[in-house]
Write a protein that binds this ligand. Sequence first.
Ligand code: NAD
Length: 357
Amino acid sequence: MSFFQEEFVATSAAVRVRFGAGVRHAVGEEMERAGLSRALILTTPQQAQTGVEFADGLGPLAVGLFSGATMHTPVAISEEATARAIALNADCLVAVGGGSTVGLGKAIALRTDLPQIVVPTTYAGSEATPILGQTEDGRKTTLTSPRVQPEVILYDAELVRSLPVAMTVTSALNAMAHAAEGLYAQNRSPVSTLMAVEGLRAFRDALPRVIASPQDLAARGETLYGAWLCGTVLGQVGMALHHKLCHTLGGSFDLPHAETHSVILPHAIAYNEVAAGRELAPVADIFGGESPGKALHAFAVAMSAPLALRDLGMKEADLDRAAEIATQNPYWNPRPIERDALRRLLQAAWAGEAPAV
Ligand code: NAD
């Protein structure tokens, strides 16, 4: 199948990516290559010990560790960490972790323009995008700026081995959602489509092997490769219904990020396949189902992913309000956003049913 388009615009960020088991030990080398010598290391409280190991490995190249990264990138924490970076006279940030830690690094870079070296430990893909979501006074806002795009990414499969299996599955489906929506993005290019298809294929092949054997380095490496591809797609093209719904459910109903992506993905893709059947055809080819949405649902079932919003704490009584919020602020989607159809989608996702299409 060719992904040729007669017209397109393709923009790629100047990001240096290194891949390989053990490549986390190359942070110092990367700093020296870029003329940097004073790193502030960032982690969540849960991954502080990993941060200490990075500091030990870097020796005098590390000037501090800030282990306060948390979900949703609260502005107060970003300001505290920025003040620390300035006080320590840091000349770069080394973020070790998932989307929350990467988000903190981006928030500091927004305020200081410090270069970022990122060592991802989940598949969320934020490291590959110029997008930053921040929260203040309970409100989440998102911005896109080349200033927040990390300059160097080190993908080390050894670091994702500790990701628990349940989080591995939801994080992988979160990544796959970037690729699936990238397939029908208005500003897609043949290259973003190639990456999306290869990213989905990587997860199809490697995720079952990771679940069977979470320490399998080759399989972990291939899932990280998928995460890089899917994250790069997210950074290059616009997202639609799936991401909008997940932001609504996360922002207004406090549902967990990766799990919500897992539950919604087959339903959002099924909703859109009537309008973007040709663009989504690779999904059914890769996952082998009668339709893209059903194929993704079958894959999620096989991976023992969460399937129902009710299991994530969503109340049935809130589904009407969720449909209202998701229909406000019109945004581009291949199929027009119809409130009643969206309400049915949410009902099926709440109950954990397979998508109807
Ligand atoms: P996360 O970063 O919040 O991590 C969840 C928990 O898992 C944390 O406690 C973390 O310390 C722990 N953890 C991470 N890696 C681990 C590992 N290998 N072993 C053991 N524990 C580990 O989760 P996430 O899903 O990666 O990130 C979600 C956040 O990222 C959300 O806020 C989301 O909005 C954001 N995000 C942003 C973008 C973007 O482009 N801006 C893209 C994707 C996600």
